[in-house]
Design a protein around this ligand. Sequence first.
Ligand SMILES: [Zn+2]
Length: 277
Amino acid sequence: MIIFDNHLHLRRNGRFLDAVKEFKKFGGTHFILCQLPMINLVFRDKSYKACYQETLAMADEIRSNIDIGVFVTVGPYPVDYLRLVEKFGRESAILIMKKGIDEAVKFCEEKKCIGIGEIGRPHFKVDEQTVDDSNEILFYGMQRARDVNVPVIIHSESTTPDQCMELAELGKKAGLPAHKIVKHFSPPLILKEENHGLMPSVLASKKNIIAAIKKGTRFLMETDYIDDPRRPGAVLGPKTVPKRTFELIENGLLSDKQAFEIHKKNPEITYNISLNK
Ligand SMILES: [Zn+2]
C-alpha cells in the first residue's frame, strides 16, 4: 500500500536518514522532502540556489541509502522576507525572493522538483507592508508555477475558509487552478465550500484525520516534521502518517479504497507524479 507524507523536513544535523528509516519501518513508502529554511546561505549568496541544491543533495543521499520514494519541493520561505528586509532592505528582499521563485522554477523544469514551496506569508502577525509584499511574491510564484504546470505549497497564517477563498482567487488571477494550490498545515477543511478548491494538506493528528475522513477523501496527509534536535517529534514525528493510517484501517474507520485516494490518487493528481511500490 502506498503511504505518502506530503510535508516533511530533514536536516543533516537532525535525525536525517534515521527519520526516513522510521517512516519506512512503520509502512511509509513516499514523501515530500520540503526544503528547510537556510537563511544564512541566502544571506551569503543573495540567492536560493545553494539551499535548493543542498535539499536536492539530501534527497539523492536518501535515495542511495534507503529504498523509499522521495520528491522535493523548494521555494523562498515566507519568514525569510523579514530577515532579508533587516539585512538588505525591502526592495532587495523582494528581488531576492522573486529570483528564488525563478530558481525553483528552473529545478521544476529540470524535473528535479515537483512543486514550488513552501511560499506565502509569515504564519504570525506582521505589518501590512509585509503582507502586501508577501502577497506580491506569492502571486509571482503562482504565475510561474502555472508556466511550468506545478503546484505551489502555501505556508501562511492559520487556515480558514475565508483565507482559502482569498488564495483561490489569487490563483485564479495568476492562472493557477485551485487544485494546484496545496494548503500546507491545514485543519480538516475538506469540503469545497470550506477550501474553495484548494488541496488541503492536513496535519496528521488523530483528531484532524478522523474529522477529515468523515467529510471525504480529498486531502493529503502531512507531519510537518522539522527534524530539530531541540524539538524532537515536532511538529509530528516521521512515523505518524503510516501509523495513523494503519491504525484507522485496523479500527475500521478507514477503508483501503479511501486510503488509496488519500495516499495515491490525490498526490498523483496534485503533483503530476506516479506512485508505485
Ligand atoms: Zn514546512
